[in-house]
Design a protein around this ligand. Structure first.
Ligand code: CDP
Ligand code: MG
Length: 139
């Protein structure tokens, strides 16, 4: 079985109408969508999801932003999924993201940066489990 990663299309990209374009990039890069849903995080759930960043100066702003509107959560399958997806989305700050990456194309700034991508296999599994029941993941 191939690896998985976890992604969210963030509220900025959803409200700007970029869901379709971002999913197209994901598919064209060879990822298979094995779970997907649109939902809205409460401030509390966003806080839990980004628990690892609790001590960072941007934490409050981040969780307020991530709970400000709907997101699209998805689990993606591909060999080397975590690393390849990080390459596809580009640097956290879109000003530093490689041309053609999702963040270079669709992000507004370092905070409102269009997409989330898990940073390790362990976190991908944890984050997938945070958003989806096992019966909602089709591998
Ligand atoms: O999302 P990524 O893994 O690239 O970056 P991170 O360092 O794990 O930070 C998580 C999220 O916090 C980012 O995607 C941004 O939305 C936000 N952030 C921010 O608002 N300001 C920063 N200086 C760094 C991150
Ligand atoms: Mg991260």
């Amino acid at each position: 079985m191939s690896d998985i990663t976890f992604t969210m299309i963030k509220p900025d990209a959803v409200s700007a109408g970029h869901i379709g374009a971002i999913l197209k990039k994901i598919n064209e890069a060879g990822f298979r969508i094995v779970a997907m849903k649109m939902s809205k995080l409460s401030l509390e759930k966003a806080g839990e999801f980004y628990e690892i960043h609790r001590e960072r100066p941007f934490y409050r702003e981040l969780i307020e932003f991530m709970s400000s509107g709907p997101i699209v959560a998805a689990v993606l399958e591909k060999e080397n999924a975590v690393e390849d997806f990080r390459t596809l989305i580009g640097a956290t700050n879109p000003a530093e993201a490689e041309p053609g990456t999702i963040r270079a194309l669709y992000a507004r700034d370092v905070g409102e940066n269009a997409v989330h991508g898990a940073d390790s296999d362990e976190n991908a599994r944890r984050e997938a489990g945070f958003h989806f029941a096992t019966t909602e993941i089709f591998r």
